[in-house]
Design a protein around this ligand. Structure first.
Ligand SMILES: [Zn+2]
Ligand SMILES: [Zn+2]
Length: 394
């Protein structure tokens, strides 16, 4: 096995630049599909390196190519921020009120710029194309319910790729460690909006109407029975009801109840079963004389790490960080629109440990922050993985 250490040493020389890029982006966060300044920063920085750049891909995305021909390996970073007011008192605090990079996509963008530098400067880079995919809008979908990855794919950014890789920084894993899953890495995510329809009446005379709140209780029971009684116990799935709204007075039985929730699973078969089972659960309303309206909103599919690509990233991680550099694998039910990309080409995403301090700083919280010393590790692993994939796919 050739050692991956030289790439890590080269990445460490870039550490200050990586931090400067990240802080610049962090101070100027932009919401999903509005990443104009970020895209400009990315394009200008790449052009300064002498790399050819395509802008406006997938609306506000940027695609850059290093080398040409096959094999072709994609590396993806997302660029969008979240509608949150930053509460951290740091010199690089967000300058845009109500908008914050609270998921670490600023780090991803900076790290991928570092990867560009590392690969572009390489004299002995294996033949083939490295395609840098700076993607907009991972956190949200546009009015056609399409996220940044979908828009990039529609614009052809993923055509003829032999593999695609990415990282997600993680504020719960210590810096100096990575986590890489084999197989399922993130869940599919769908949501539902529903109305339970009854017939309002006086609270003293419930028999004169149809109480949708009573029916709601049966529906909630039926929904929570799906995971427990209808889904194969060894297949991960979860349905959570997030909101229920009904009524306005203590003595009035309302006409209807509205509710919504989230639906998550790993495999496509279970996902489709969940859609059907939820429909069945709402059909209970009819047994009680009521009715329902149900809309299931389909969003990101599950993301699957190709075992061969995952093994390669793991091997590189261990050679750079040692056996202690591997954080235990633990599947989660979060979602990632990188899933669309790994359905176009075999690929994998790993978590880059970057715990900031002893305070709990979860992703999507106003006190989210990361240990920037992880950046050079992330850049080195992505760059080295891309080189090894070029060789192995040749
Ligand atoms: Zn996020
Ligand atoms: Zn994210």
């Amino acid at each position: 096995m050739t050692t991956a250490i030289p790439m890590l040493e080269r990445a460490r020389d870039l550490q200050d630049t990586l931090v400067a890029w990240r802080r610049d982006i962090h101070m100027h966060p932009e919401l999903s599909f509005q990443e104009l300044r970020t895209a400009r920063l990315v394009a200008d920085t790449l052009r300064d390196m002498g790399i050819e750049v395509e802008t406006g891909v997938g609306k506000t995305g940027v695609v850059a190519r290093i080398g040409e021909g096959r094999p072709a390996i994609g590396i993806r970073a997302d660029m969008d921020a979240l509608p949150l007011q930053e509460l951290n008192d740091v010199p690089y605090k967000s300058l845009t009120p109500g908008v914050m990079h609270a998921c670490g996509h600023d780090s991803h963008t900076a790290i991928l710029l570092g990867v560009a530098r590392l690969l572009n400067d390489m004299k002995d880079r294996p033949p083939g194309e490295i395609r840098l995919l700076f993607q907009p809008s991972e956190e949200d979908e546009d009015s056609d319910r399409k996220s940044g990855a979908v828009r990039m794919i529609e614009d052809g950014a993923l055509e003829d790729l032999d593999a695609v890789i990415a990282l997600h920084i993680n504020s719960n894993i210590p810096a100096g460690q990575i986590r890489i899953a084999t197989g399922p890495n993130s869940a599919s995510v769908d949501s539902f909006n529903a109305t339970i329809i009854g017939e309002g009446c006086h609270g003293a005379y419930p028999h004169q109407g149809i109480d949708p709140i009573f029916i709601l209780a049966q529906v909630i029971n039926a929904i929570h029975g799906i995971r427990a009684r209808r889904i194969n116990p060894v297949r991960p799935a979860v349905i959570s009801i997030g909101a229920v709204h009904a009524g306005s007075a203590n003595n009035v039985i309302p006409d209807e109840v509205t509710m919504n929730g989230t639906i998550r699973s790993y495999d496509d078969e279970t996902r489709e079963q969940l859609w059907k089972e939820i429909e069945q659960a709402f059909a209970v309303t009819r047994a009680f004389g009521g009715d329902y309206k149900l809309e299931i909103i389909k969003s990101y599919p599950s993301q699957y790490n190709d075992p061969t690509v995952a093994a390669l990233i793991r091997e590189i991680g261990v050679s750079m960080l040692g056996e202690d550099g591997l954080f235990p694998e633990e599947p989660g039910m979060g979602a990632e629109d990188f899933a669309y990309m790994t359905r176009k080409a075999p690929g994998a995403m790993f978590s880059l440990g970057a715990k900031y301090d002893d305070v709990n700083r979860p992703h999507h919280s106003p006190i989210f922050d990361v240990d920037e010393s992880s950046f050079s590790i992330g850049a080195a692993i992505l760059a080295e993985s891309a080189c090894r994939l070029l060789k192995s796919k040749a």
